[in-house]
Structures are given as C-alpha cells and as structure tokens.
Design a protein around this ligand. Sequence first.
Ligand SMILES: [Zn+2]
Length: 401
Amino acid sequence: MILRHIRTALFFMSPLLPSLASANFSIETDFPGGNALVEKIEGNVVHIAPDNRDSRLPWFYWYFAIKGAGGQTVTFVLNPMHIGARGPGISTDGGATWSWLGAESAKDGTFSHTFPAAANDVRFSSGMPYVKSNFDKFLAAHKDNPFLHVETLAKTGKGRSAPLLLLTDSQRKAPYVVALTARMHCCEMMGSYVLEGIIEGVLANDEYGQWLRKNVDFFIMPFSDFDGVEDGDQGKNRTPHDHNRDFGDGSIYPEVIALKERLPAWSNGRPLVFFDIHNPALKGDVHEVIQFLAGESPEQADSLAKFAALLERNQQGELLFRQNMIMKFGTGYNKWSETPPPISSGWARTLPNCILSATLELPYANASAMTVNADSARSFGRDIAWALKSFLQENPAAGRQ
Ligand SMILES: [Zn+2]
C-alpha cells in the first residue's frame, strides 16, 4: 500500500508529498481516462485537483480510483468549481456504470464517502467517464447486427486505432447521410451516452429504426480525440489548439484529417446532416440547458429551427427539449471572428451537400432541472434519431440543393 503511494506521488510529481504514514488507502489514475493530481493526503482527507496537462486554460476534468478504503470514511477536497451540479460521479464497478452522489453530497468542494467493508476499487469523477472499453461493451450488445460496421478511422498521434462506426446496408447506398462526431474535447464524456442513444434509435426494430436504416447511412466518429479520451486529458484548449479548432487549413490531428478526407468522399454528394456533440462547462445557468449552436447562414438557421421543432414535437425521453434551445450565430458563446468558424460543424457547413450542421451542447448533470445521466442522455439520443427521421422525411433535401 505504501509502495503504491510512493508511486502515485512520484507519478504526479506533486509538490506536496502525501502523508504516507497516515494513509492506508491509495489514489490511482493508471487506467483509461484517469486524471488527478493528489495535492496532499492528511489522515483520511485527500486534496485532489484536475491535471490540466497541455490545456492553456484551467479546466475541470478529473477521474480517480480509491483502493483499499473499505470500512473507512474518506473526505475529498477540491475546488468547488470542479464538482458539478449533482455532485461527483461514482462508480463501484470499475467505471462501467455511474451515478451522481447528489447535489447535497458536496459542500464548498468537499465531499465524504464511507466505503463498505468489501469496497476495493471505487471511482469518482467530475462526470461519468466513458472510454473505449465502455464503447466496446455497447457494441458487443449489437455485434451480430449486419448494419453495424467498425473500421479504423486513423492511427492517432500515439499510434492507437481511432474507431469509425458506419451504420449502413453494405448492399446499397441510402439516399441520405448523417455524420455524428463526439469527444472533440475529449473530457466531454456525457456526449458519448447521447451517441449510444442515437445508435440504439437507428438499430431499433421499430418503424423509426427501419426507416432510418433504409434511408440513411451513418458515419460516426465516437472518439474525435482518441488519445485524449484514453489518456484522460482535458482536451479543451489543448496546445497549440484543440481538436475542435483544427478544422481550418493545415489540420494537425490525424482523426480530423481523416474526417475531412473521408466524409466528403463517403457521402459523395448525398444530402448530409452533421451533428458534433459536446458538453459545456460543468455548471452555471447557460451550461445547464440543452443547446444547439446554429450556423451562420439563414438557410442553416432555418434548417436547425425545423429540426428543433420536430425534436420538441417527437420527444419521448427523459430530458426536456424546447425548440427555442438554440444559440443563434453571433450570440452567447456562438460568436466567431471567422465565418464559418474553424470548428467541425462549421467545416461541415462548407460541404456543398450539407443541409444541416450544428454543434450540440448537452449539460453534464442538470438540463433544465432534469437529471442528465447515462440513461437520460441515451433517451435524448433516441429522441434525436426519431427527429432525424421526421426531418429527412418532411424536409426532402433534393429540391434545395
Ligand atoms: Zn466541447
């Protein structure tokens, strides 16, 4: 146990060494998505901070395991801005499933937890971390589906194989293409649950799924910054720029370069809808409501308004969406010095076959007073899938391009 502590302390190169003599548990981050700086451990009080790594501005993602704490009560101290609207996320199954500790669990950035005697590996995070193993588990449930194809999108900078998911009938081309990207900012994991919900909606054995599989080919980039996801980086404001600022000339990230090459060729002129899924800041007024960020042209704004109206009309999931939850171009943080902005959804709007492209911001924990978690985010994803069917059925693009 003490050896583990020494390793942790050395690994983080913390300026303040933990009190090795008094701690009889360990704080670990050596697993996919792990991120924490252990500032100090005094008795059963642990001071934790996010490891910003190469982010130019401070950010809030952290994810650690505490091991060997069975039967003890441990208090964790963080910056209050680094704990979200419903408290920390907790997982007792090694990061496979998550729940929130609750809004009342943390006060002034401090929360305590009493570990059952048998508890060994308990995970805590600013959110509900989702890494490649979570995605693999989701795909395994659909592995025999002939519509689902997993390929390698690109070799990442660190040599990993970034996955590309295609939902398509390999016997023929569908008339429409929908492209979905997530984790441009790698820490924004709640978007991955939305993506699962959209995929479930497409693969469902109901009239929506059947229509979508017949009429739409899906191009899905689940981990746009795959190294960042697996390494547990913030990703936001990464140096020299982050993945979602890499869509101007001279892109530097392999996943972005591959997307820019492959999607135009793959869609091959077919009408394209593009959504890039994000999470905003951890909490705060504007960050606790679902928002779509509209594009710069009246045509794109009009398309998004139509989609949003259909999403409101069709929604059956746990998260409430209203068609006015659109951040118009030039308002809020949807302001840019360049048009289109050098972000993924802005790049997609430059494609001549793009009939709708927007950024989606799903709150981490609290959406208009409703709880965002894996299940509710998936239900919102299914709502999006159903709205896509209605949008493409009711807004045939053929006449507009
Ligand atoms: Zn983002």
